[in-house]
Design a protein around this ligand. Structure first.
Ligand SMILES: N[C@@H](CCC(=O)N[C@@H](CS)C(=O)NCC(=O)O)C(=O)O
Length: 205
């Protein structure tokens, strides 16, 4: 498989999941600063919206980072990165994944990109909106190491990836149990491999 990738972007969660899978892969660095995502070739052949990430797997090219993560998580059932269909855990898996990508994403993305480019720190209003959303994970993460309980899953990759952004934007400081949870995720060898990217830092958006 081949991942079109820019560090610090939504592509990170895909890279992390690929590392959790231990799958053979090629990373194709896309330099947003140089506009490599807007060339006619890239738009025609890789990502019709001229964004990252995109995954090429066999004959198929997929876009949308969360779709890529969920698709890849299903590739090796023995790793239990996705809970069984129709199980109670599967319900929670959908709940936390969609909460992260439709709710938390909108709260975190703006401050993250702004701070990444050296702009103003998160406002009180942004902090309050983030804190209110994050609080719905308090009970689960107080009692369990991961969103689904004792078992790490792709939902942790998606939610945890957003906490990485929140942390970089200064939104996470002092918030528990999520700070300890993120520290636990950062200790994962797959996270470390994904983060140690040879193509170096690059603009977030
Ligand atoms: N919903 C998409 C968002 C993709 C996206 O906006 N990617 C950003 C980086 S985080 C990007 O490529 N920005 C440059 C652009 O779209 O021009 C996903 O999760 O894959």
């Amino acid at each position: 498989m081949k991942l079109y990738y820019t560090p610090g972007t939504s592509a990170f969660r895909c890279r992390w999941l690929i590392e959790e899978l231990g799958a053979d892969h090629e990373v194709v660095p896309v330099d947003l600063g140089k506009g490599e995502h807007k060339t006619p070739e890239y738009v025609a052949n890789v990502h019709p919206l001229g964004s990252v990430p995109a995954l090429v797997h066999g004959e198929q090219t997929l876009i949308e980072s969360a779709a890529i993560v969920l698709y890849l998580a299903d590739q090796d059932p023995e790793l239990r990165l996705a809970p069984p269909l129709a199980s109670p855990e599967r319900g929670l898996y959908y709940q936390w994944t969609l909460f992260a990508m439709t709710g938390l994403y909108n709260t975190v993305h703006g401050p993250y990109v702004r701070v990444f480019f050296g702009g103003a720190a998160a406002s009180e209003e942004e902090r309050a909106a983030f804190a209110r959303q994050l609080a719905i994970t308090d009970e689960q993460l107080d009692k369990h190491p991961f969103l689904l309980g004792d078992t790490f899953s792709a939902a942790d990759v998606i939610f945890g990836g957003l906490l990485v952004w929140a942390d970089a934007a200064g939104l996470l400081a002092g918030r528990e149990p999520q700070t300890s949870y993120l520290a636990r995720l950062r200790e994962r060898p797959a996270f470390k491999r994904a983060e140690a990217d040879p193509s170096g830092p690059s603009p977030a958006s």
